[in-house]
Design a protein around this ligand. Structure first.
Ligand SMILES: Nc1ncnc2c1ncn2[C@@H]1O[C@H](COP(=O)(O)OP(=O)(O)OP(=O)(O)O)[C@@H](O)[C@H]1O
Ligand SMILES: [Mg+2]
Length: 265
């Protein structure tokens, strides 16, 4: 399979401090790639680099064979890169439908309504709720809306930053199933940051692990699942609880569900 997205030796600095150091990674056309890593390891920065929200100081971002390193974010979206941002960021005061239409803002064609109908077929729940204010929906429904909004730009690649954060375990499973069908049925490639390594790798083809801004491990999903340093990187992770406390490391025996950043839907 050809590479749809390549980060080629990318470094990003925030002022004097390096956030990414010589990161090289690939997302194959049609693939699902999971980006793992502990707190502050540079996962969101990597996503923002793909979307053009931060600029690398070195290295290149290639999309569909083109060097897009200097492209603006709207140009990238128009070219087929969509974003499901951290914490969903739906427009709470707007209706479901207006949220979806906002996702089509870069389109200049006349077929936005047709895409809207396709999204409603794919997410019947959003069709039922088209007139409802987005902020009144459950976390799981808002996540589906964030997916629908991203799909409105008819992307070839969707970048997702922690799409299951704060959702109850049963909802997490539904969201991951959706990501899988967005990939298999709609043919969209997926690049996702996910806190739950086991679940993320259960739907991914490949994965990368970031450690303090560098790729520490990469491989197929099956390889990563059995890699001791991946398990260690995950199970030693600090956790921010709902109360905002930071638990110390040393929760190696905790089940994956207990490591979620929250459990409310
Ligand atoms: N706008 C910014 N200005 C300065 N430093 C930043 C900025 N954004 C992120 N950083 C720093 O860059 C590093 C990587 O941050 P990033 O958000 O990419 O990590 P992350 O892996 O997504 O973390 P988390 O698990 O908390 O989501 C951190 O040390 C963070 O404090
Ligand atoms: Mg992050």
């Amino acid at each position: 399979m050809s590479d749809l997205l390549v980060l080629d030796d990318v470094s990003v600095d925030y002022g004097p401090s390096p956030a990414l150091v010589d990161v090289t990674l690939r997302v194959a056309e049609g693939g699902i790639v999971s980006l793992l890593g502990g707190n502050a390891s540079g996962k969101s920065t990597t996503m923002k680099t793909v979307l053009g929200l931060v600029r690398p100081v070195r290295g290149r971002v290639l999309y569909d064979g083109q060097d897009i390193t200097r492209w603006s974010t709207p140009r990238r979206i128009a070219a087929g890169i969509a974003s499901v941002p951290e914490a969903r960021r739906v427009f709470g005061d707007m209706t479901v439908e207006d949220n979806l239409l906002a996702g089509a803002y870069v389109r200049r064609d006349r077929f936005v309504r047709r895409t809207l109908d396709e999204i409603y077929d794919f997410f019947p729940r959003l069709a039922e709720r088209r007139g409802q204010r987005a902020g009144t929906m459950s976390g799981g429904e808002q996540q589906m809306l964030a997916f629908g909004r991203a799909l409105m730009s008819r992307p070839r690649l969707i970048c997702m930053d922690e799409p299951t954060m704060g959702l109850a375990p049963v909802v997490v499973e539904r969201v991951l199933e959706r990501i899988s069908t967005i990939n298999s049925e709609l043919g969209v490639s997926v690049f996702m940051v996910e806190q739950n390594a086991e679940l993320a790798l259960s739907i991914a083809d490949r994965g990368y692990v970031l450690r303090t801004g560098s790729i520490a491990v990469e491989g197929t999903a099956a390889e990563l699942l059995t890699n001791p340093s991946v398990r260690e990187a995950y199970l030693g992770r600090t956790v921010t609880t709902d109360a905002g406390e930071v638990e110390p490391e040393g929760i190696a025996d905790a089940a994956p569900d207990d490591r979620a950043k929250g459990s409310h839907e």
